[in-house]
Design a protein around this ligand. Structure first.
Ligand code: ATP
Length: 314
């Protein structure tokens, strides 16, 4: 498989300023040394609880945040500098879908203008070809042509997310960062949008970085998974490795929190969750350094890395 994007020791720190002179007194280590590879056409899941740094990674990939240090390699070329990105048409090839479709779609623009904007930014099409392309995109996301003159507030959440997807795929991207794309939607609509994203991926060969706090959704969508905690990856590997053979206590904790659909197993699951929680509290000092950051990742299997303590655990 060909690598499309590789992050090497990526750090994004936000300065904290205080005092009369507004000096930098500390940093938020939002992303603190991440190594991650996304291959062509595959979906990588980035999971972790709120504040673990997932969105910051997504925004840095699409250029909405600046990296503090590290490297981003796109198709073998270092794109840490903006000038190289422009040369490689990186901003055309890498797009983002946001969680909140209401605030990520301009309320004053109609759907035609929203979908055609990226086409105008990156390709100069004559008006007839542009119209045809927008019509095709609307067909792809399953919305009727008469919606083109309407505005975002006239749609349901699921429909707005489809519009966001049409905008993201308008430039024929190679990679889409999807940041919690369905967490604002009702469960029934979530499944529709997810299946639809999978279908588009298959048809267009797009790679996804799928950001979510919901491991159930990630299981449905991804090939490989990275689990983040406090700005670092604590475990990464194939979906099977993460779900069937988790090694880090934080991954085990996240997995134990997935609600069971089977009512008869709820008691058993609750007991298991409490036990995992207890182990987490008892053993976390082994898995994190004195500043509370995860240890370096070690390769523990063909497609499996985990930030485990030197001597192992009981
Ligand atoms: N612009 C900013 N300035 C300062 N701190 C920030 C900024 N953006 C994010 N942070 C902090 O960086 C950390 C990581 O935030 P981030 O939004 O990336 O996490 P997340 O895992 O995506 O969480 P969520 O799912 O809640 O969005 C948090 O502690 C957050 O408060």
């Amino acid at each position: 498989m060909n690598e499309i994007l590789t992050l090497k020791n990526l750090k994004v720190h936000y300065p904290i300023r205080s005092g009369f002179f507004n000096r930098v007194t500390d940093n938020v280590y939002a992303v603190d040394g991440i190594d991650l590879t996304i291959n062509e056409g595959e979906t990588v899941g980035l999971v972790g609880e709120s504040g673990s740094g997932k969105t910051t990674i997504g925004k840095t990939i699409v250029g909405l945040e600046n990296m503090t240090s590290g490297e981003m390699i796109y198709k073998g070329q270092d794109i840490s500098k903006k000038s190289t990105r422009n040369k490689l048409k990186y901003n055309k090839d890498v797009q983002m879908i946001f969680q909140d479709s209401m605030s990520s779609l301009n309320p004053r623009k109609n759907i035609y203008d929203i979908i055609s904007e990226p086409i105008r930014n990156f390709e100069k099409l004559d008006p007839i070809s542009e119209r045809q392309r927008v019509n095709d995109l609307l067909d792809i996301v399953g919305l009727p042509q008469q919606t083109l003159s309407q505005y975002p507030h006239q749609f349901s959440g699921g429909q707005r997310q489809r519009i966001g997807i049409a905008r993201a795929v308008a430039t024929n991207p190679k990679l889409i960062v999807a940041d919690e794309p369905v967490s604002a939607l009702d469960l029934s609509v979530q499944a529709q949008v997810l299946n639809f994203m999978k279908q588009i991926q298959k048809e267009m060969g797009i790679a996804f970085l799928f950001i979510s706090h919901d491991l159930g959704v990630v299981r449905h969508m991804t090939d490989n998974i990275a689990v983040m905690h406090y700005g670092r990856i604590v475990e990464k590997g194939s979906r099977e490795a993460i779900f069937n053979d988790p090694k880090h206590i934080y991954t085990k904790r996240l997995l134990s929190a997935i609600p069971s659909i089977d009512v008869s197993k709820r008691q058993e699951n609750k007991a298991n969750r409490l036990q995992v929680e207890k182990t987490f509290e008892e053993q976390k000092y082994l898995f994190y350094d004195k500043d509370g950051r995860a240890l370096p990742l070690k390769k523990i299997g063909e497609m499996h890395w985990a930030a485990l303590p030197e001597g192992g655990t009981k």
